[in-house]
Design a protein around this ligand. Structure first.
Ligand SMILES: Nc1ncnc2c1ncn2[C@@H]1O[C@H](COP(=O)(O)OP(=O)(O)OP(=O)(O)O)[C@@H](O)[C@H]1O
Ligand SMILES: [Mg+2]
Length: 257
């Protein structure tokens, strides 16, 4: 099983779009996928219209568990109407309380919950936090990180901050003599605009390329994305969404083992 966290320390840089798209294109290619919404703002949950398996059975149940939540992800992963190969662990607003959670080993609960999960791939949609318990949970649970970036200054800043956090995480693990399994796959880049690439856009892409591998192709900017999000649908159902689906499918093949 591969666990991919989609991460950036900037807001609105396409983390959620990338996480949902990697999960769905992987499901469409025959993988058993679990998509985890780790953002208290719950954009992935709203977009996929994920409903918890029961009262309170959202990701907060794992992160706030009083006992060791070993293997809980399997019970919390809810089937998605989008695809038989896709399950979603929804988020909830109360999750923001977890930011104050300083319980011992709280940051290992997400990893423990994934034990024995009957999936080929887990994709985690992260919140745009600079470190903190939610990010630490994802860092401990994941073996692959994908940065999401727009071709803009905030896209570049988000990757820079994320890399700094990952370096600090790795250093602290090494100091403990603990193995570090997290590998950087690179960055997905989406455009903010349409038409010809402007100088600031190409400049931002060059800066991202200096930081990490760009997972080509650059994802085009199309209005179908915000439209389907409002409707709770997968853009792959629509002809207008084809270019984006093809782009993310190519990216998925580069990221997923
Ligand atoms: N390829 C695209 N084409 C058009 N719009 C897009 C595309 N990718 C993302 N968007 C839009 O950009 C906005 C931000 O995207 P998204 O929510 O994926 O970013 P995010 O990094 O998860 O944001 P947040 O920090 O709020 O979690 C959304 O309104 C989304 O619909
Ligand atoms: Mg998001």
């Amino acid at each position: 099983m591969q666990t991919v966290m989609v991460y950036s320390e900037a807001g609105g840089v396409s983390k959620t779009t990338t996480a949902v798209s990697l999960a769905m294109t992987a499901a469409e290619s025959g993988r058993r996928v679990v998509l985890i919404d780790l953002d208290p703002r719950a954009a992935t949950t709203k977009w996929t219209r994920a409903e918890p398996m029961g009262e309170g059975l959202h990701i907060g149940a794992i992160l706030g568990a009083q006992e060791d939540p070993i293997g809980w992800a399997k019970q919390l992963a809810a089937p998605s109407a989008w695809h038989p190969g896709l399950r979603v662990i929804p988020s909830a607003r109360g999750l923001s309380n977890r930011e104050a959670d300083r319980d011992d080993f709280a940051e290992l609960r997400l990893k423990a919950s994934l034990e024995g999960l009957d999936a080929d791939l887990v994709v985690i949609d992260c919140a745009n936090r600079q470190g903190g318990p939610l990010t630490l949970s994802a860092l401990n649970a994941s073996d692959t990180v994908v940065y999401a970036a727009t071709a803009s200054d905030s896209g570049v800043d988000g990757v820079t901050g994320a890399q700094r956090t990952i370096e600090a995480f790795k250093r602290s693990r090494e100091r403990l003599g603990a193995p570090v399994n997290l590998v950087e796959a690179g960055a997905t880049v989406t455009r903010d605009g349409t038409g010809f690439m402007s100088y600031p856009e190409t400049d931002a892409i060059d800066q991202i390329r200096a930081l990490t591998t760009i997972l080509e192709p650059i994802v085009p900017h199309l209005s179908i994305v915000p439209e389907v999000r409002l409707a709770g649908e997968w853009y792959g159902l629509y002809r207008k969404g084809n270019a984006i689906r093809e782009a993310y499918t190519e990216v998925m093949r580069k990221v997923i083992r």
